[in-house]
Every structure is written in C-alpha cells, then in structure tokens.
Design a protein around this ligand. Sequence first.
Ligand SMILES: Cc1ncc(COP(=O)(O)O)c(C=O)c1O
Length: 406
Amino acid sequence: MDSQRPPLRTLPGRDQFPLLQAQPELIYLDSAATSQKPLAVLDAERDFYTRDYANVHRGSYQLAARATAAYEGARARVARFLNAEADEIVFTRGCTEAINLVAASWGCSLKAGDEILVSTLEHHANIVPWQLLAARCGAIVRPIPLNQDGQIDLAAFHRLLGPRTRLLAITQAANATGTRPPLAEILAAARAHGVTTLVDGAQGVVHDTHDMQALGADFYAFSGHKLFGPTGIGVLYGRGALLQDMPPWQGGGEMIESVSFDGTRFAEAPQRFEAGTPPIAQAVGLAAALDWLSQYDLAHWELHELALQHQLEAGLSLMQGVHVLARHTERAPISSLHFSGAHPYDVAQFLDARSIAARVGQHCAQPLLAHLGVSSTLRLSFGPHNTTSDVEQVLAALAETLDLLA
Ligand SMILES: Cc1ncc(COP(=O)(O)O)c(C=O)c1O
C-alpha cells in the first residue's frame, strides 16, 4: 500500500499560507508562539461550517450525525498521529488546559508531602498548575535544576527522584531557548521509580517524536495552534488505564451517563473530561492540519529550519554584543537573543518597523530566564516557510539596529 502513496513533499512555501501570501513583505519569525495557517486548514473549517455543522452527540437528525462523525473522526485522526487509541485522546482548549486537567483530576490522588518534579526549563503552563495543586493538597513542587549551559542537571535530577516523588512534569523543548532535555533518559529513570510522567509537547510536537509508544510518557499535552491548526483546541493524551481511573474535573453536559439528585453517573473517558459543547470545528481543523502535515517530509523540514538557525547564529557571531541563550544545548529551531548595550524591546521595535515579526519578553518562562541571568530576550523561531533570504534580511536589520542603538 505504502508504495502507492505519493512521495513526500519537501517543504510548504509561503504560497500555502494565505496570510503570508497577502503580506509579501512580512518575515514571520514567531512560529514558536503560534504557526500561520495553511489554506487547507481554513478550507476544512469553512467546509465544515457550511456543510456539516451542528452540535455533536445529541442530535438524532442527519446533520448532527455528520457533525458527530467529523468530531469523532478528528479524535481518531489525532490518535493515529500519536500512535495511540482514540479513547486516550481528550480534546481541550489548548495545552494549558490539558495540563490543568491532569493537575485537577489525576492530582486528586496526591497527599501532603508527595513530591512533584518540575524542570526549570518549563513554560509557566507547566509550573503554575502544579503549584496550585500543591497548595490544595500539601504536595511539594521540586524544581529540577539546570546546569550553566541551561540544560537539565542530570545528576541533580537523579538525586531528586525519591520515594515521595509521584509526578515528573517536563517539556519536550523549552519555548524560551529551544533546549531539548535528554527526555529518553529522564523518562526511563522516572518510570523505573514508578513515577507518573507528563510531557509538555507544545513545542516538541512539531519536530520531535509524537509517537506515544516510543515516548513512553503517561500524559502528553499540546495545542493545535502551534501545529498549523486552529486556536481553541488542544489535546491531552493519557495512557488508557490511567485516564479511565481519573475523576471528572468539570461538570456539565456531555460528560455524564445519567444525572439525578440522588447521584450522577459519569461517562467513560475521554467524554468524562469534555464537559459542555466541545471545540467542534477546531477539532476538524486540527485533523485537517494533521492531514496537511502528513504530505511533508518532516525530517527534511526540521533540517531546513535548523539550517536557517545555523545561518542566523553564524551571522550573529560576527556581531559585537549579541548573545544566544543556551547556545551549547541541543535546541529546536528557536534562537533567543540578548544584547550588551541594547534592550531587546528596542531591537524588536526596530525589526517590526522592517516587517520582521519576532517575539520579545520573558516568554512565560521566568524561572528559566532568571537562571540564565536575563529578564527578557528577543526570540526568533522558524517555520517551514522561512528562507535564507529572510535570515539575510534579519541579519542586515539587526546590524543596522544595533549600530543605531549603540
Ligand atoms: C512549551 C509550552 N508549553 C505550554 C504552552 C502553552 O500553550 P497554550 O498557550 O497554547 O495553551 C506554550 C505556549 O507557548 C509552550 O511554548
């Protein structure tokens, strides 16, 4: 069968993205915050709204049946993408909500004194839910320290794993620096200690493994909007047996089997975790994004983005006073810069005036930036539509800007 599949395409160009086509001068270097949307995803949502839209699961009419089939088809598509079962896939509003769901539901089983290990690489979305949980039940959040380069301190991590450790929460790639932790070793050690694991795949899902059997984590969370899908949809993968044992975290329609004032019975997972009308068209859009992605050679795609990152950083190394954060760690195609003698906000404004969209700030990763001794950075993150010419223009604009600000 596979031999009949068309060969994979190498890269989507700007012509796949209506916004980039309409704004030819724009150099978009903020794919780590959110990806631009391919026409295929916009078309899928529009087609769904104009042909098959109704609320799901409740209606007896044909239109509602088609909408339900599309929504549950999207769940099956995500399951195939993750090499998981459909009933292991919960749709959420995004990665943040997926992590909060685990903290609120699975977290009920924690007791005072239990320990939650959270790496210092994390986005606040993978820190604050654990702090809230700890405040509720008396558990303790233990940060996994980093070394000087900004990579996980493995020796410290192994020392932290102890008899009270119940959960490890760690990212696949840090959004602020791009750093990829040595996940295989870390997850294997956690498993050997019987520790439940949650991987934040918000950044990693684009380039790193999304095969749940290969990854071996108990929970995996990501957002559709960073993976070329719509906003308002995220995914929580939960290992089957674990998910089935977890209590609901929100109550309402869709998540029940029966309701009475004498006692309410809840639906099986994943419906148990999807109270209320779910993000129906967004799920359809996410499935379309996965179909669209599947035409491409993602390994080639990553090499392309890493080559652009290399080109950028080689150019930056010739400039005075430009520093790349966590430069010596293995990184996703994200470059986080700070400057001797210029504020990243000023640099970003100059770039914006030249139609270069780059993010500035603390990137919702204050503990990581504090460890690296900076309060904000200019972050450039690549997408498949970026080109060597984009990088040349950014380097020229940065050289000009830093001259002006000097
Ligand atoms: C590593 C990481 N985790 C979690 C999130 C939160 O994602 P969302 O805001 O889509 O829920 C982000 C968003 O930037 C992220 O980069």
